[in-house]
Design a protein around this ligand. Structure first.
Ligand SMILES: [Zn+2]
Length: 51
């Protein structure tokens, strides 16, 4: 599982792979991997530096 963020609207979701179409803005957006693999990020599972 990873955390994916829509570059268009900032929507984030957990999935194995980014969706083709963003569930929120309903466009074919570019999703970036914002998964955090280090404990420093806390329990959000997301890298706050990428917000
Ligand atoms: Zn979007």
């Amino acid at each position: 599982m990873g955390e994916w963020k829509c570059q268009e609207c900032g929507y984030t979701m957990s999935a194995d792979a980014p969706p083709k179409t963003c569930p929120q803005c309903r466009k074919e957006c570019e999703f970036v991997d914002v998964s955090c693999y280090i404990p420093d990020c806390g329990n959000t599972g997301r890298d706050s530096r990428l917000k």
